[in-house]
Design a protein around this ligand. Sequence first.
Ligand SMILES: Cc1cc2nc3c(=O)[nH]c(=O)nc-3n(C[C@H](O)[C@H](O)[C@H](O)COP(=O)(O)OP(=O)(O)OC[C@H]3O[C@@H](n4cnc5c(N)ncnc54)[C@H](O)[C@@H]3O)c2cc1C
Length: 385
Amino acid sequence: MDFDLTDEQRMLQDTVRRYLKDNIAPIADTYDRKGPMSKQDAHKFLRELKPFGYVGTMVKEELGGAGLGHIDWAILHEELRGTYASLGGVVGIASASSHGMSESENEELRNRILPGLLSGDKIACTAITEPNVGSNAAGVETTATLEGDHYVINGNKTWISNGTIADYVVVVATVDRSKGVHGILQLLVEKEVSPFASREMNKMGVKSFPTAELNFEDCRVPSTNLLMPPGEGFKRALKGLTFARCNAAIASVGIAQAAIDASIRYARERTQFGKPIGQFQLIQEMIADMVTEVEAARLLTYRAFSMLENGKKARKEGSIAKAYATEAAVRVASKAIQIHGAYGLSEEYPVERYFRDARCYTIPDGTTEIQKLIIGREVLGMSAF
Ligand SMILES: Cc1cc2nc3c(=O)[nH]c(=O)nc-3n(C[C@H](O)[C@H](O)[C@H](O)COP(=O)(O)OP(=O)(O)OC[C@H]3O[C@@H](n4cnc5c(N)ncnc54)[C@H](O)[C@@H]3O)c2cc1C
């Protein structure tokens, strides 16, 4: 068992850490407070971050991707999420979408769509959640009806990350609700070819990470845009969710580590009763608890990523990492505010942003409760849902 990064991974970490500190950290707060990121800004950031491997991270080099692995992904995202979590979200969804596209068996579609995603000129996202369908993803109500050589999509999707800035949406829909998961397919909807309405949904944290409601009304999509046929669509969505859970976990580790770093700086500088508050045992206890929780979260998350890297399913481990890391980040960011006293609540310091950002990750890609039910199912062999 080796807990060390390789020399290449360490170099990647140092390089991005330096770049993000000099170029992204100074603008993160101002950008985030402006609200949902514009499409123009998203493309600008994607092009700037591409040389480090943030775009098409795990797409094979022969297909034009960065050819990096799951641990590299974790390193890149731990650093970016701790610097500017919303930007990490935009980039993460865009890059994970290109990975999904690179694995599509629809070669014609893949060859046409992938280059734009890999250059940062196009952005994609995935739409599963609906107004009536959250944790119970198998219950999707959006329909895709085959009419000649087109599918006609009708339905609404909610909480779709990158939804308002996406050129392409992977829509998870059903051809026949009576067939349950066996009726679920995945279609690639190209906004220019098959227009649909979108509306931004403002939220308390990761404020500049766009989150959208999408409305499909008789939206005609060429049947050649079929990514996964009925029956495969749900299985693939579930497979993608394990990776997404690890990704939410690493986002939380990055945000929580940033909260610790800010707290250490503050505890060394702020004096009360004639000494730095870092000398008080109760402040040290908070910092010790924060560090312990983040170290545990990081180990769980890297283990899950490492299993995915080695071709294992990591269903239980991904859920453990997601449940633990996202909840730990909320506790850690809350303690960071406590250490900062009233200043922790102020927009002058970054910890209130870390808290708001961390709070958003216990819900997507399966809530903490759903992760616990998955862990329970994996160890007991019985499903509670
Ligand atoms: C920031 C963000 C980004 C997102 N991005 C995307 C995206 O890109 N694409 C996408 O498709 N979706 C996205 N989502 C949606 C997300 O996946 C859902 O919000 C999530 O699955 C939970 O669904 P829900 O919000 O409808 O809650 P519900 O399912 O309505 O749950 C409400 C409460 O009931 C609990 N609950 C539900 N079922 C059970 C059960 N069986 N046992 C115990 N408790 C239960 C839940 O844990 C929760 O506490 C995003 C959400 C957020 C917040």
